[in-house]
Design a binder for this molecule. Structure first.
Ligand code: FE
Length: 195
């Protein structure tokens, strides 16, 4: 399980310290940092569940199986509270289409749940989902704190032509995709209210 890039962790520490001290943004650099912190601690927006959720997905961090085809994708990040506190033990339940744009409604292909570690970290290994009629490219997820409320949302991809015409698409939920030697990777933090 990888950790957040050090830059973001430093930002979290700085943000917490500044907020705890009641710091006022006076300089350009401080203003910029606080603006980033504020963005980081903005709640992740909810999205519609859609028609293809199935309960009781297998517990696994990788959705790859023998024969899975498509562009490899690794998404990692943390679940954090509005003040940046890491939320260990948070349930993340992902579901998506396969590379060809099909959901598995009989079995559990491309479906799986996992729990964040004590520092709130998660990692999802999967493939880039395909397209199906009426929607842009997306991954569904439910985020549930231990004994807490459920955030249902979706993650999107940059530079997708259909982002412009999908009425559900939300630009704040776009994964910052980076190309790697083996596929794509992105970090995304889920910021959730704890009460
Ligand atoms: Fe969908």
């Amino acid at each position: 399980m990888s950790s957040l890039p050090s830059r973001r962790r430093a930002l979290l520490r700085l943000g917490r310290g500044a907020l705890a001290a009641g710091a006022v943004a006076v300089g350009g650099t401080v203003s910029n940092v606080l603006a980033q912190v504020q963005q980081l601690f903005t709640p992740t927006r909810p999205q519609t569940e859609g028609p293809y959720f199935k309960p009781s997905s297998p517990e696994r961090w990788s959705l790859l199986e023998d024969g899975t085809v498509g562009t490899r994708l690794v998404v990692s990040g943390r679940a954090v509270a509005l003040d940046g506190t890491p939320l260990g033990g948070t349930l993340l339940d992902f579901w998506q289409t396969d590379d060809a744009g099909n959901y598995d409604n009989q079995g559990f292909s491309m479906r799986g749940h996992q729990y964040t570690d004590a520092d709130g970290n998660y990692m999802l290994e999967t493939v880039v989902p395909g397209l199906y009629p009426g929607r842009t490219r997306h991954i569904h997820v439910k985020v549930q704190l231990p004994n807490g409320p459920v955030l249902t949302t979706q993650l999107y991809f940059p530079n997708e032509p259909r982002n412009a015409t999908d009425g559900i698409f939300d630009a704040t939920l776009v994964l910052p995709i980076e190309q790697t030697d083996t596929g794509q990777m992105a970090t995304f933090d889920f910021v959730v209210a704890t009460a």
